[in-house]
Design a protein around this ligand. Structure first.
Ligand code: DX5
Ligand code: ZN
Length: 220
C-alpha cells in the first residue's frame, strides 16, 4: 500500500558554510537526504562520515543516506556510527546486495538499494523483503539540478505492483529532478518518498516548497 507522501530534501543543494541554518530552513521535511559521492562510483565528490555526523547532530529527522560509492561493504559501519537512519547502496557497486542488506540491518539501520537509470529492476524483485526502501534514480547519479527522466517511472510501477501483491512494507523513493512540475507523475506511478535538492533549496521559502511538494504528491 502506498504511504502518505514523504518529502526528503537533499542537502547536496544546501550552502555547506551554514549547514545549521540550511537544515533549519527545511523544518517541514520528513527526512533529510544525505548524498555521499566518492569521485569513483560517480564523477563527483561530496562529503563523508564526519559531515554526516554533523548533520545528525543538527536535526532529529531521519537521515536517508545515499551512498554513491564503490565498495559500500567497507563503509556501512562508519555511516551507521555517524547516525544514518537508512543506508542506501547502489546495486552496481556490490556483488551481493542481499548479504549487504543483512549487514546493514544487523547494524540497526534500515537497508535500501538504488539503481542507476540503465539498470533493470527485474533481477531484484524476488529479494525485496530484505529491503526497507528502494531508491529509483530519475537522473544519472552524480549531480543535482538535472532533468527528470519520466521513463524511470516504469520501474516505479513494476515495484508498486510487486510490493502490493506481496504485502511488503518496502518503501519506493525517487531521486533526481523532482519539482512541483514532476512530483505528481511520480506519486501517480506509486512512489512513497521523494528526494528534492534544487527545487527545495533554490526556493525562496524551502519549508514552504516542501509543503507544496507534499500537497501535489497527495492530490495526484
Ligand atoms: C544525484 C543525487 C540527488 C540530487 C538531487 O546524484 O543523488 O539526491 O541531490 O538533486 P535534484 O533534486 O536537484 O535533482
Ligand atoms: Zn540522492
Amino acid at each position: 500500500m502506498q504511504h502518505a507522501p514523504i518529502i526528503a530534501p537533499s542537502i547536496l543543494a544546501a550552502d555547506f558554510s551554514r549547514l545549521g541554518e540550511e537544515i533549519a530552513r527545511i523544518s517541514t521535511a520528513d527526512w533529510v537526504h544525505v548524498d555521499i559521492m566518492d569521485g569513483h562510483f560517480v564523477p563527483n565528490l561530496s562529503f563523508g562520515p564526519d559531515i554526516t555526523a554533523t548533520v545528525r547532530a543538527l536535526t532529529d529527522k531521519p537521515l536517508d543516506v545515499h551512498l554513491m560509492i564503490e565498495n559500500p561493504e567497507r563503509w556501512v559501519e562508519r555511516y551507521a556510527r555517524a547516525g544514518a537512519t537508512t543506508l542506501i547502496f547502489h546495486v552496481e557497486a556490490t556483488e551481493d546486495p542481499v548479504r549487504l542488506a543483512r549487514t546493514i540491518r544487523d547494524l540497526g539501520v534500515r537497508a535500501a538499494f538504488s539503481l542507476k537509470p540503465a539498470t533493470p529492476i527485474e533481477p531484484y524483485l524476488p529479494h525485496l523483503e530484505h529491503f526497507d526502501e528502494v531508491l529509483v534514480m530519475s537522473v544519472e547519479p552524480g549531480f543535482g539540478g538535472q532533468s527528470f527522466m519520466p521513463d524511470q517511472l516504469d520501474k516505479v510501477r513494476t515495484l508498486r505492483r510487486e510490493i502490493d501483491a506481496r504485502g511488503l512494507a518496502t518503501l519506493i523513493e525517487i531521486d533526481g529532478g523532482i519539482s512541483e512540475e514532476t512530483i505528481a507523475a511520480a506519486a501517480q506511478a506509486g512512489c512513497d518518498a521523494f528526494v528534492a535538492g534544487s527545487a527545495v533549496y533554490k526556493a525562496e521559502d524551502p519549508a514552504g516548497m516542501v509543503t507544496s511538494l507534499r500537497e501535489r504528491a497527495r492530490l495526484s
